[in-house]
Ligand binder design. Structure first.
Ligand SMILES: Cc1cc2nc3c(=O)[nH]c(=O)nc-3n(C[C@H](O)[C@H](O)[C@H](O)COP(=O)(O)OP(=O)(O)OC[C@H]3O[C@@H](n4cnc5c(N)ncnc54)[C@H](O)[C@@H]3O)c2cc1C
Length: 548
């Protein structure tokens, strides 16, 4: 009989995930778990069933930009793929954004929402990207206190009705830089004010802060990376003309992309990016040629004012990283039972098993970290957070994002190897995991940029580091001496390095190693808190990344 290889298959992605189930059992009150579990089982069914099949069938489809209609009119229409159209509907109906705002489960609403996102993400080809920005935009508008924008947009961003649902873009990166956004060149002029002279503008700039928050503005500039360019709205940065250079002189603006007839409002979509991965995401280059916009919160401090959005998208980044790792492990483990080599299934080969366990350990560690940040975020959103915990959240958000993103690239790469040659072949649906994971360390702050941000987040007298150490200490209270020592030693090493590096002037150069050490150590501590069997395997991979 001719040999035929059985492909990997997926079951219900909630019921097949003991790490997710035991975490939710530990963290959620029993009545909350009882209420959310049916939704999670349903999402797990979709993710391992219809959506996964649709994702495989949709593999070759990509978003298409049509710039001109047959009669020479500029239309700049983007058509997304069938999978994305389905994903949008399911996301709205299942409350992928709404669950965090309906607050049915108080401070646990974030964990509930993130569990849904964790299941949904790996089967929907980065539809998590517009959802993350939509969630971030809702949070930013609500934090701004700008009542008219809140009333106008937030009900659309947080609805469960697919016909009313809006998504939001986040347009920060320009040609001048994504990390150093203070260099942004987009300018804002008050509407009906385009003809004033340069000297007038400078005089006016001084008074804008007090008078122009309710005005309409027009934006002029180029936005170099704008994902989800099919969104209805965007939050973006621009410099009111005459304002000082740098991040402080930028303001945060809200804009609606199209008018009531569906025409773009003085925005041109120049092209879609030709990307390594995230190919279902229509990431566009835009020209703003007098696009009407409104201030969200004032004429300065745009970079500071968009921070709530970044905190949320970084949380989504971590959840997505854990989710792509989980998918990689689920497929690789299933395949190992079906693939035979040297007389036995791979699953029975000690070395292959060890490799899979290493992947599982990284995946669970990332999961624990991302969900711990979700827990803290939920508490911050319901004002049930202490000052110390706020500092911890401020520090852990960049640490979690940078740590989990790098793990996702490593684990998805390992997963491809676990399939041998098949892992490199496109129509298995496997290579896309690695390509998509590779964006996670780049967008929403690169590893280096976030490592530097983590240094800033240490706070006065490195208070946040002390809080992190206390949290880790509580997490390892009930584990054996060896694991607890790994955590304590790594944190002690990080702290002594910090003091020495400040003195020697090597702080900046070592920031990435310091951040990864804190990130991985926190992950180990959280695995211990969960009582996970993966803790030992994770400790074996090492948590301390500081060399000196
Ligand atoms: C698929 C995709 C979609 C995207 N979608 C969006 C979007 O919707 N909206 C948006 O605003 N942006 C988006 N981006 C842009 C993304 O956020 C930026 O690419 C990213 O922030 C990095 O900015 P940059 O490309 O200008 O690189 P640079 O800022 O030029 O960075 C280059 C390198 O220098 C390093 N670096 C920078 N500063 C320092 C420093 N001080 N010390 C040490 N190292 C440093 C960085 O870590 C990086 O490795 C997207 C990017 C991609 C790939």
């Amino acid at each position: 009989m001719v040999f035929q290889q059985q492909p990997p298959t997926l079951g219900n992605q909630y019921l097949d995930d003991p790490a997710l189930q035991s975490y939710l059992k530990r963290v959620l009150p029993p009545d909350v778990l009882r209420e959310v579990e049916p939704e999670l089982i349903e999402m797990g069914r979709l993710a391992g069933g219809e959506l996964y099949q649709m994702q495989l069938a949709d593999r070759l489809n990509e978003p298409r930009l049509t710039q001109w209609d047959p009669w020479g009119n500029r239309i700049d229409h983007i058509e997304v793929t069938p999978l994305w159209r389905t994903a949008e509907k399911i996301a709205a109906e299942h409350g992928l954004v709404a669950a965090a705002y309906e607050q049915k489960h108080g401070r646990f609403s974030r964990v509930h929402q993130c569990a849904l996102a964790y299941l949904f993400t790996p089967s929907t080809d980065i539809y998590s990207c517009p959802l993350a920005m939509t969630d971030g935009a809702a949070r930013t508008l609500l934090s701004s206190g700008n009542q008219s924008l809140i009333e106008r947009a937030v009900p659309h961003l947080t609805t469960r009705d697919p016909n009313q649902f809006w998504t939001s873009g986040q347009w920060m990166t320009e040609l001048t830089g994504g990390s150093d956004v203070g260099l942004s060149e987009t300018i804002a002029r008050p509407e009906n004010d385009a003809q004033i002279t340069q000297s007038d503008r400078q005089t006016r700039a001084e008074t804008w802060a007090s008078e122009d928050v309710t005005r309409n503005w027009l934006l002029f500039g180029r936005k170099w990376f704008t994902s989800a360019a099919t969104s209805q709205i965007a939050l973006t940065l621009a410099r009111p003309e005459g304002s000082p250079p740098g991040g402080r002189g930028l303001a945060l603006f809200y804009l609606e992309m199209r008018d009531a007839h569906g025409q773009l409002r003085n925005i041109r979509i120049e092209r879609l990016k030709d990307k390594l991965g995230t190919r279902k995401v229509p990431t566009a280059e835009l020209t703003l040629d007098g696009a009407p916009a409104q201030l969200v919160l004032g004429t300065t401090d745009g970079v500071k004012n968009i921070t709530p959005l970044l905190n949320i998208t970084r949380l989504w980044n971590g959840i997505s990283a854990a989710a792509l790792m989980r998918r990689s492990v689920a497929l690789a483990v299933d395949y190992a039972r079906k693939r035979t080599a040297f007389g036995a299934p791979l699953a029975e080969k000690p070395l292959h098993r060890d490799t899979l366990e290493g992947m599982q350990a990284e995946s669970e560690a990332a999961f624990q970290f991302a969900f711990f940040v979700a827990e803290l975020t939920g508490r911050a959103e319901t004002n049930e957070i202490s000052e110390d915990e706020s500092m911890l959240l401020r520090l852990l958000t960049p640490l979690m994002k940078l740590t989990t993103a790098r793990q996702a690239v490593a684990v998805t790469s390992e997963a491809l190897e676990a399939f041998g040659g098949a892992g490199y072949i496109e129509d298995t649906g496997l290579p896309v995991l690695l390509r998509d994971a590779q964006v996670l360390p780049i967008w929403e702050g690169t590893t280096n940029v976030l490592a530097l941000d983590a240094l800033r987040a240490l706070g006065p007298d490195d208070r946040a580091l002390q809080v992190l150490k206390d949290e880790a200490g509580r997490s390892i209270a009930n584990v054996d001496g060896e694991l607890a020592s790994v955590v304590r030693n790594a944190l002690a090493h990080a702290e002594s390095w910090l003091i020495a590096a400040r003195k020697s002037g090597e702080l900046e150069a070592g920031a990435r190693r310091f951040a990864l050490t804190l990130g991985r150590t926190m992950e180990l501590a959280l695995l211990c808190k969960q009582g996970s069997r993966a803790a030992k395997g994770f400790a074996r991979e090492g948590v301390d990344r500081i060399w000196s």
